[in-house]
Design a protein around this ligand. Structure first.
Ligand code: DGY
Length: 409
């Protein structure tokens, strides 16, 4: 509806801090990596120039090794923990020391294809930086074949049950005193618990203590798990980056090679027992034994099978509104706690892009309709209870507004 379109645009412009967008005022007062890529897509529906600028500011914080960090602390804000002093990365601008799902090339392609002529110079400037980031994923995170994460925050799906077996080995008992800020902004029952937070901080302290030496973190850090979510997102993004490179007249054989290698490794995260793509603890080789929304980002990467379709229906039919982030049949399922059950518009949108590409129009339309119903009934919240639709987390949320403008609305 025009009224909701107007509200969504007002959220994007209201969360604009000058060239970058905060995910939501208060709870997340800086630039977050994948939030920003979705924000760019949203801006592209009414301000293409501003869309490219969002991606430029994101890549302006790229590290010398190619990593694009998960948070960029452009301006100090005491309302967030852990801030730049805790991360201690010594970068300028200050940043966190891990990355986040690489959706930027996929969003850049969507934006470029809206107006290739207007976007050509902006894309040409961005392309080498995206290429360097994809190379970083390949070099620093794909040692086992599929993509590994060194911190649950790197997955973007912070506290999903996928990480429970890896988290169990992290000692959070010596992190010292700290004050969380997130639970001052939203209901604590919708956020990760205290035991999780202690471990998150322990992992940050490990990284800081070794000077954010990525090889050391991968080899000896407290946590290393294969992530089906980023694996599929990166596989898709490699293909999109190659398409963008071709449009610019570049030789893209290197990117195509990365994509082929990653695709070849995908069967290593198929768990025959849970009948799904599953996270794996790379320290022990064990599967998490959990299935969640990330498994179905497979469609995004042109990976599909009748078994996957059947599992999708099982999880989805157990709820009412969009796709649950965790399996409703599992004992960990918690319909309002962040990534342990809620439906996230942004994940629904990624799944739908994949389903549409695979010709599954009815499923894609069902996802769109159920996501739209949530936003129409409750507004632009961060995530929603997938059973009764209760809005959760932050309000006036950038990526929910962006998803409305581009896909759901
Ligand atoms: C948070 O602070 O909860 C973020 O998700 C970390 O990136």
């Amino acid at each position: 509806s025009p009224a909701l379109d107007e509200q969504a645009r007002a959220i994007l412009t209201g969360n604009d801090r000058g060239g970058y967008t905060v995910p939501t005022d208060g709870l997340y007062p800086y630039q977050w990596n994948w939030d920003s890529a979705f924000a760019a897509w949203g801006f592209a529906t009414f301000d293409l120039d501003r869309a490219w600028t969002e991606l430029d500011t994101l890549f302006s914080a790229q590290w010398a090794d190619g990593m694009v960090p998960h948070i960029i602390f452009h301006k100090p804000d005491p309302g967030y923990f852990p801030g730049p002093d805790v991360w201690g990365t010594g970068q300028s601008p200050e940043t966190s020391g891990i990355s986040q799902p690489p959706v930027a090339a996929t969003m850049a392609r969507l934006i470029f294809e809206m107006d290739a002529e207007a976007g050509r110079d902006r894309l040409a400037a961005l392309y080498p930086r995206m290429l360097a980031w994809h190379r970083w994923w390949r070099d620093q995170r794909c040692g086992s074949g599929v993509v590994a994460i060194t911190h649950p925050w790197e997955s973007g799906r912070d506290n999903c049950p996928d990480w429970d077996i890896g988290m169990a080995n992290v000692d959070g008992s010596n992190v010292g005193e700290y004050t969380r800020r997130d639970t001052g902004h939203v209901d604590a029952s919708m956020r990760p618990g205290k035991a999780d937070y202690d471990r998150y901080i322990a992992m940050v302290q490990f990284g800081r203590d070794c000077g954010w030496d990525q090889s050391e973190i991968v080899a000896n850090g407290p946590f290393l798990m294969a992530d089906p979510g980023i694996t599929f997102i990166l596989l898709r993004a490699h293909d999109d980056l190659a398409a963008l490179g071709r449009a610019l007249g570049h030789d893209v054989s290197e990117v195509e090679g990365w994509a082929a290698d990653l695709r070849a490794a995908v069967p290593s995260i198929w768990n025959a027992e849970t009948r799904g793509f599953d996270a794996r603890d790379l320290k022990t080789g064990r599967f998490s034994g959990r299935i969640g929304s990330a498994a179905f980002l497979a469609y995004l990467a042109n990976v599909e099978s009748p078994e996957l379709d059947a599992r999708m229906t099982e999880l989805w039919d157990a709820v009412r509104y969009g796709f649950p982030s965790a399996d409703p049949a599992s004992e960990e399922f918690d319909p309002r706690r962040y990534w342990r059950g809620p439906s996230w518009p942004v994940v629904n949108a990624l799944m739908a892009i994949g389903l549409t590409d695979r010709g599954r129009h009815a499923a894609a339309e069902r996802l769109r309709r159920e996501t739209a119903e949530l936003i129409e009934a409750h507004g632009f919240f961060e995530y929603f209870d997938p059973i009764d639709g209760t809005p959760c987390g932050g309000d006036a949320f950038t990526w929910t507004a962006a998803i409305w403008l581009t896909w759901a609305g």
